[in-house]
Each structure stands twice: as structure tokens, then as C-alpha cells.
Design a protein around this ligand. Structure first.
Ligand SMILES: [Zn+2]
Length: 477
């Protein structure tokens, strides 16, 4: 019986002993619980945030989160809002509690960007102004499009665009200034570049003069050649050349025309009139008129200042330029003063472009418009008509409308609509003053058809002048 008992004792001893050895080893385990990464983090606005978490190392080996007693991470980080956030970590491992905190600051320290359509700017030799439009866009990660906050400044040799976002981050973009080349000398004509005169009348040569590239008159001998036979129908060209430089030249075309029988007795005449421009389609209209040697009348505005120089084109190519309105805003009828201020400002531009002031005008909306309604405190059209007459000016309404600002606007085939109205309403037994708008693409596109039709019908086209029989609507109040 002694032997088995001893064996049991030995076994129990070994077992207890090994347990004790294990315990001893166990008490020598080295473990750490610690935060991963920085405990104070700066984060860009709208960036992605991924928390690095914490780690538990047992004898330098990472313990998986599954082996912990428990853990909990509390975070309210929102990178879409600037601010300071806290991430909290509560960990229990081997019966002990650990607590950590991490601060996350969501900040906007990113400066906006400025994009431009050019890296350097070219200035005109004569006027020191930009030769092409500088376009730019400012974008910011926090504010979005802040183009309207861009400030422009300049020094002798550069243009500076700067913008600051709402969190104080600033960007500057410098564009080097470059002065363009001096333009060459130019021969400028006195009077129009295109002249139409009736068969048998006389032609008076108005001459030309030399200017430097900046428009200053300078000395230089101009040789004029070519002649006009006013007793023979046709197109004549007068050329002007600088005596010692053949490359500097200009020309004038003179058309000697015969009035048709119909036109000479006052009927069958068409006065094409274009209101509201110059604009995007005016050049096309001028080219069509040139093609058929038709002279027309432009009642101009400054609604599209980028096309201001087209007024000179209209004049040079033999058309009549007259006032419609600087702004074409109905507040010009607020008072007599308001009307004449607007009128004079437009006539100033006409004078700059053509060298002459005009005495011809068309009221916006026509003389029968209701916008000047006297009973509602406006100037009243009768007052303006009296003032126009007493100033020796001439106003023109119309007796044909192609409806390009009316019923044709809402149909699918606008070109046919205006062409058909033109054909329907012109009358061979009278003078026709035709209302059109050179800011309408479909009018520009239908013009050729109208001219060809009317020419085939024997009509004559004329531009309005001071002696043209006007059409006058009854003034509204
Ligand atoms: Zn108008």
C-alpha cells in the first residue's frame, strides 16, 4: 500500500510545483497599455479621420482587443466642423482599468488657390490697359468659391491678386506686366469709309490724315488715288498711301446708285432700323448689309459695352447711327432730367465713336409706350416729344415690325417668323420704317432673305436722315 500512496504524493507534488512555477513565471509577465499615436492631433477641415486606437503589449507582443476584459472608445470627432474634440478610451485588462484621452483639433490652415487664364499680362502700348481680359477664380477648401473676395492691386511691374479665406488663410498671385508693341502708324479717313451717292449728284473728297499708333496726328504726306464718276453707276475706290511707306494705307468705297422709279416718287422705300445693340450679332448684320450694299439705321444703346466699337463700324460702313438709350432701363422716364441725362450720355459715346453727335433718336418702347405714364408720376411722353421738337431733334417710330422682340420670340422657327412678318407688312405704296433688333440671332439670320425678297420686289433701301419723313405714334399721356 505504501508504493501507490508515494506515487500519488509525488504526482500531487509535481502538479503543485509546476503550478507554482507557472505562477512565478506569470508574475514576471511584462505588459503595457498605451495610446497609439499622438495625444494631441491637428486635422485639416473636411479630411478623413481614422483613430489610431490604443495597444496592449504583453511581453512586447501585441494582444488582440478580443483578449481584453473589456474596452470602449468614445469619439465625437466631426471634421466637417472646425473645433476641438476629445476621444476617450476605457480599457480593462487583467482586472485593471485604464483611461486615456486624445485631443483632436479640426482646423482650416489651408490657403485658397487662385487660378488665372494667363501668367503674365500684356498692357497696351498707348493706354497701359490690359489688352485681353484677365479671368480668375479663387477656390477655398472651407469657403468654396470666393472669387468675389479677390482683391487686385498693382505695382510698376506686376499685377497682384490676393484673397483671404474666412479663417485668415491668405494667397497671393503675382502676374508680371509686359508692355505690348507700339502699333504702326495709320491713315485715318475724314468722313465715312463707305459712301453712297445718287447718280448725277456730286462727290466731295474729304481726305485723310496720318496718326501714330496711339492715334495722335503726325506729319506725313498722303498720296490719294482713284476717282469717282458720279454720272456712272458703280462702285469706286479711293486709296490713300503714305508717300514713303506703301504698307501704310487705307481706302474708301463710293457707291454711285440710281434710285428706282418707285423709290423716287417716295414709295417703295424701306428703312431698316435696328434697336438695342450693338451686340453679338451686329457684325453679322453689317456684313449682310455690305453684301447687298444696303444702308440701314442703328438706334444704339450701351447695354453691351464690350461691343461699343461696333458703333464706329456702323458709321464707317455708311449707316446712320442714332440714339436709342444708354441703359434702356425704364427709369429713364422717371423725369425729364433722367431722360436727357441718358440721351446725352449715349450721344457722348456716339461722338467718341463717329466724331459727330446725332440729332436722331427713337424712344425706348416707342412714343406710345406706357412706361412714362404721367399719372403715375413719370415724365409723360407728350412732354418729351415737345422737348425733342424744341431742341431741333428728330424722333422715329415705325410702321412695320418683324416682331423679333414680340410674337416671334416664342415660336420654334423664329427666322421664318421674322422673314414672313417682313414680307407681309412692307408695302410698295409707301415708305416703310421697319423695326428690328440687332441683338437677336434670328433677325441676323433672316436678314439676307428679307433683303433679297425686297430687292426682287423693286424696293429701295435707305438710311434715315434728318429729312426722312418720320413715323410718329401718338404719345401716351
Ligand atoms: Zn429698345
Amino acid at each position: 500500500m505504501k508504493k501507490p500512496l508515494l506515487l500519488v504524493i509525488i504526482i500531487v507534488f509535481i502538479f503543485i510545483n509546476s503550478f507554482c512555477i507557472y505562477q512565478v513565471l506569470n508574475t514576471h509577465d511584462r505588459y503595457k497599455v498605451l495610446l497609439k499615436g499622438n495625444n494631441d492631433i491637428k486635422l485639416s477641415y473636411n479630411s478623413d479621420y481614422s483613430d489610431e486606437g490604443f495597444e496592449v503589449l504583453l511581453n512586447d507582443k501585441e494582444v488582440s482587443y478580443d483578449e481584453l476584459d473589456s474596452y470602449d472608445i468614445i469619439s465625437d470627432v466631426d471634421t466637417t466642423k472646425l473645433g476641438e474634440y476629445k476621444v476617450e478610451y476605457n480599457i480593462k485588462y487583467r482586472g485593471r482599468d485604464y483611461h486615456f484621452e486624445r485631443i483632436v483639433r479640426v482646423v482650416d490652415e489651408e490657403a485658397p488657390t487662385i487660378e488665372t487664364n494667363m501668367d503674365e499680362v500684356t498692357l497696351g502700348y498707348c493706354n497701359n490697359e490690359l489688352t485681353s481680359t484677365l479671368e480668375y477664380k479663387a477656390l477655398d477648401n472651407f469657403d468654396g468659391d470666393i472669387t468675389d473676395k479677390v482683391k487686385k492691386s498693382e505695382s510698376d511691374d506686376k499685377y497682384i491678386l490676393s484673397v483671404t479665406d474666412s479663417n485668415g488663410n491668405k494667397t497671393e498671385k503675382e502676374l508680371k506686366k509686359k508692355v505690348g508693341e507700339k502699333p504702326t502708324d495709320k491713315i485715318v479717313l475724314n468722313g465715312r469709309a463707305s459712301v453712297s451717292i445718287e447718280l448725277g449728284s456730286s462727290y466731295k473728297e474729304e481726305g485723310a490724315y496720318l496718326t501714330d499708333g496711339c492715334g495722335e496726328t503726325i506729319e506725313g504726306e498722303i498720296v490719294t488715288s482713284g476717282n469717282v464718276d458720279t454720272n456712272k453707276e458703280g462702285k469706286y475706290t479711293i486709296t490713300y498711301k503714305l508717300k514713303d511707306n506703301d504698307n501704310i494705307k487705307n481706302k474708301r468705297t463710293i457707291t454711285v446708285y440710281k434710285e428706282t422709279a418707285k423709290a423716287s416718287n417716295g414709295s417703295g422705300i424701306i428703312y431698316l432700323t435696328f434697336d438695342d445693340g450693338p451686340g453679338a450679332y451686329t457684325s453679322q448684320i453689317l456684313n449682310t448689309l455690305d453684301k447687298y450694299n444696303v444702308k440701314a439705321t442703328f438706334f444704339v444703346t450701351n447695354q453691351f459695352p464690350g461691343y461699343k466699337n461696333t458703333i464706329k463700324q456702323e458709321y464707317d460702313r455708311g449707316h446712320t447711327v442714332a440714339v436709342h438709350s444708354l441703359t434702356h432701363n425704364w427709369n429713364i422716364y422717371q423725369s425729364s432730367n433722367a431722360y436727357w441725362n441718358d440721351f446725352n450720355a449715349m450721344n457722348d459715346i456716339i461722338e467718341q465713336q463717329t466724331g459727330h453727335r446725332t440729332t436722331l433718336l427713337r424712344f425706348p418702347g416707342g412714343t406710345s409706350n406706357h412706361m412714362a405714364n404721367k399719372t403715375s408720376g413719370k415724365v409723360g411722353m407728350s412732354t418729351l416729344v415737345n422737348e425733342v421738337n424744341s431742341k431741333g431733334l428728330h424722333y422715329f417710330d415705325w410702321n412695320v415690325s418683324v416682331e423679333d422682340a414680340g410674337s416671334c420670340v416664342n415660336v420654334s422657327d423664329k427666322v421664318s417668323c421674322v422673314v414672313n412678318n417682313f414680307k407681309r407688312y412692307i408695302n410698295p405704296n409707301r415708305e416703310n420704317i421697319v423695326l428690328m433688333h440687332d441683338i437677336k440671332s434670328f433677325t441676323a439670320n433672316g436678314l439676307e432673305q428679307m433683303i433679297v425678297y425686297a430687292k426682287n420686289q423693286g424696293y429701295t433701301f435707305k438710311a434715315i436722315n434728318e429729312n426722312t419723313n418720320p413715323i410718329h405714334f401718338k404719345p401716351y399721356q
